[in-house]
Write a new protein. Sequence first.
Length: 313
Amino acid sequence: MISIIVPCYNEQEALPLFHKEATRILQEIGEEYELLFVNDGSKDETLKELKALSAKDSHVIYLSFSRNFGKEAAMYAGFCNAKGDYIAVMDADLQDPPALLPEMLKILKTGEYDSVATRRVSREGEPIIRSWFARRFYSIMNRISESDIVDGARDFRLMKKSMVEAIVAMGEYNRFSKGLFGWVGFRTYWMPYENVERVAGETKWNFWKLFKYAIDGIINFSHVPLSIASWFGTTMTFFSFLALAVIIIRRLIFGDPVAGWASIICVVIFIGGIQLLCLGIMGQYISKTYLETKHRPHFIIAETNDESAIKLK
C-alpha cells in the first residue's frame, strides 16, 4: 500500500487538479493507496474541498488541524497516521510531479534503497536572489551539521515504512524535516528533475519566511553558531589585552596620552555589538530548549474522516 501525505494551507484551487493527477498515476501503478491530506488551518475553502473529495473518493482521508501549526507539524501528523508500506510527502501545487512516483516505487522495490528523494536541478522561475541564498544555505548546512542535505532537495520523497517509523520516533518539537531525513540515515537515492511551476494559487513562502526557516534548520542541527560566539569572545578578549598593553606602554615610556573620544566610542559600540550578537545566538538555542521542555503537542486534529486517526501528539 502507498500513502501520499499532502500538507495543505490555502490550496482550494490546486486540490482538484492534484487529486485528478495523483489518482491517475496511482491507478496506473496498480497498488493499493491512500491520499492523506492534512489541512493546516487553512483560511479559505480547503477543508470544504477536502470533504467533497472524500465524499466521492474513498481513497481520500483528510486531517484538519484546529489552527495553523505549520508544514512541519502537518508532515509529522501525516507520518503518524499513514498506513502504507511506502509513504510519500508531496505538495498540493503539483510542483512535486506525481509522474515520478512509478519510477520511485520501482527503485525502492529493488531493495537497494530505503528512500527515493527528489532534488531540483534547476530553479527556473524562482527569483535570482532567493536562488542564490538557497544555494548558500545548503552549502553552509553541509559544512556545519551532521545531516546530509543535497542542494535543491525537496520534501518530496518516497520512503519505506521503517524509515518513517524512525522519523516519527524523533518526537522533538522543533522539527526540520530536511535535516531529520538526513540524520536518520538509511540508503537514499537522489532523483533529479526540472523545476515545475505551481498549477494554481500563490506560494506561501516569502523571503523572510524562508530566512527564518533556514535559521531554524541551522540551530536545530548544528552547534557551530555557539562555537562562533565563543571564538568571538576569545578573540575580542585577546585584542582588548593587546590594546591595553599598547596604551600603558605609550603612557609610561613616551608620555603620550590616548586622545580622541571618537575612537573609544567606536570600540565600545563594536564590542557591544559583538556581545549582543553572541547573546542573541545563545538566546535562540535557549528558546528552542524552552519550547522542547513544555512538551506541547505538535498538532491537534479538529476534524477527520478517519476514526482511527491519532488526533493529538
